[in-house]
Design a protein around this ligand. Structure first.
Ligand code: IMP
Length: 421
């Protein structure tokens, strides 16, 4: 079995959904390995736009299997809404979507716990998407979780009630004023569970072992800088978003990994709280936000914008063992008179080229290299060879610094606006 991995190298929202969709024709199975409905993978084709949260981004291609792996946390309510949203595309979900029995379920009280925990943190809040991700992974590692396979047990509601009641006690611990109608949330949850049961639950690791002759693409969610271990902790998500997460989130061995595709934006964005050394608060940042339509696909929150951070990107390439790079939203930078790249940090007066433990604003300042901008409308360009000279120079510089080739440059949200090298 050979698996290619596709991962975000920044703070998420790099454009993974689009690239998975573009690459799917080369694969038989698309397998999501971590995260949950905190993700929002946007796909644009035939003048239509879809945002997927849990369903792998290969779903719009015929005759492909889309697997939700054991490392994913699933909210049945959101998953059912996603299925409803794509119903006009005539996709036979019962034939093309599989769910791992070992994936964990997000219960309504996980979402309430998420909100209570965030509220109690005040100005130190993580900026969570409030989809219940953290509490669900906490129950998983605490060995209290509720797995999809449990739904095959006739008495699954007993376990549900036990966990829900425990959560209700925990919610009280936070001493926050939260309004919620649990009865209503539960009604919606139970209805969605009934729908979920129409999808095949599988022993997913076994399914993948047996797919020996098949080509598999593992789809990551969020980005490396949100990884629970290697991200900007505690302002991170609760799963391993890096390459190792694909092994644990699907049950594949490290030696089955072939290519590691790293996706990054030509600049940087972040949604939620936490350090962001190259963040901009000027007209350049405003322009990125406006032209790039930088609003969260899941929460609609404005994304913070800044220049490309090569120090962080190099770190992500190393942690993941990236073999090929894909640069997204390059068109957004057209018309900038200059483009800056952070090549080093000034860390407490010393110039360094690595990501230190302490990324706080007071101790770390970015050091920039300036490039000439380009004014051409990239969306009109149809081949790598025709990219503007100044952009070519920018790409070459990044490749030299990162020591990894850039094989795709994305110049617009549509499938078609993708230049291959
Ligand atoms: P959570 O995973 O929803 O608890 O959110 C934790 C942090 O990760 C917050 O700063 C979120 O904004 C961020 N985050 C989670 N999922 C995504 C994503 O798919 N894209 C970008 N940021 C995300």
């Amino acid at each position: 079995m050979k698996v290619d991995l596709l991962l975000g190298l920044q703070w998420g929202d790099e454009g993974k959904g689009k690239i998975v969709d573009v690459l799917t024709s080369k694969y038989d199975i698309i397998a999501r390995f971590q995260g949950g409905p905190n993700a929002g993978h946007t796909l644009v084709f035939n003048n239509k736009k879809y945002v997927l949260h849990t369903i792998p981004s290969g779903i719009f291609h015929k005759n492909k299997i889309n697997l939700i792996g054991n490392g994913v946390v699933i909210d049945p309510v959101i998953l059912c809404k996603e299925i409803l949203n794509i119903k006009n595309e005539n996709i036979k979900i019962s034939e093309t979507l599989l769910i791992s029995k070992k994936a964990h379920l997000i219960l309504p009280t996980h979402r309430i716990l998420d909100a209570a925990s965030e509220m109690s943190k005040g100005k130190n809040k993580i900026g969570s998407t409030l989809k219940g991700i953290g509490p669900t992974y906490m129950d998983k590692t605490g060995r209290n979780g509720f797995r999809v396979g449990e739904l095959e047990n006739k008495k699954w509601k007993d376990k549900y009630v036990e966990l829900r009641d425990k959560h209700i006690e925990l919610i009280k611990f936070f001493k926050v004023n939260l309004n919620f109608n649990l009865k209503k949330l539960e009604e919606e949850f139970f209805q969605s569970v009934d729908e979920l049961k129409k999808i095949d639950f599988v022993d997913s690791e076994n399914f993948l072992f047996e797919a020996n002759d098949k080509k598999i693409l593992a789809e990551g969610a969020q980005g490396s800088l949100l990884d629970i271990d290697f991200g900007t902790y505690p302002y991170v998500t609760s799963s391993n978003t890096t390459a190792a997460g694909a092994c644990t989130g699907l049950g594949i061995s490290p030696n089955s990994v072939n290519q590691v595709f790293g996706i990054f934006k030509a600049y940087t964005t972040r949604v939620g709280s936490g350090p962001f050394p190259t963040e901009l608060f000027d007209s350049y940042g405003e322009r990125m936000s406006k032209v790039g339509n930088e609003f969260g696909a899941t929460t609609g929150r404005p994304r913070r914008c800044g220049w490309l951070d090569l120090v962080a990107l190099k770190y992500a390439c190393r942690v993941n063992g990236v073999s090929k790079l894909m640069m997204m939203k390059t068109d957004v930078l057209s018309g900038f008179d200059k483009v800056l790249v952070c090549t080093n940090y000034n860390y407490k007066g010393k110039i360094i080229d690595y990501l230190p433990y302490d990324l706080s604003e007071s101790s770390l300042k970015p050091v920039y290299k300036e490039f000439k901008g380009w004014s051409e409308d990239l969306r009109q360009i149809d081949s790598f060879e025709n990219l503007p000279k100044n952009l070519n120079y920018y790409i070459k510089f990044l490749e030299k610094e990162l020591e990894v080739p850039i094989v795709i440059v994305s110049v617009g949200p549509d499938r078609k606006e993708t230049l291959f090298r």
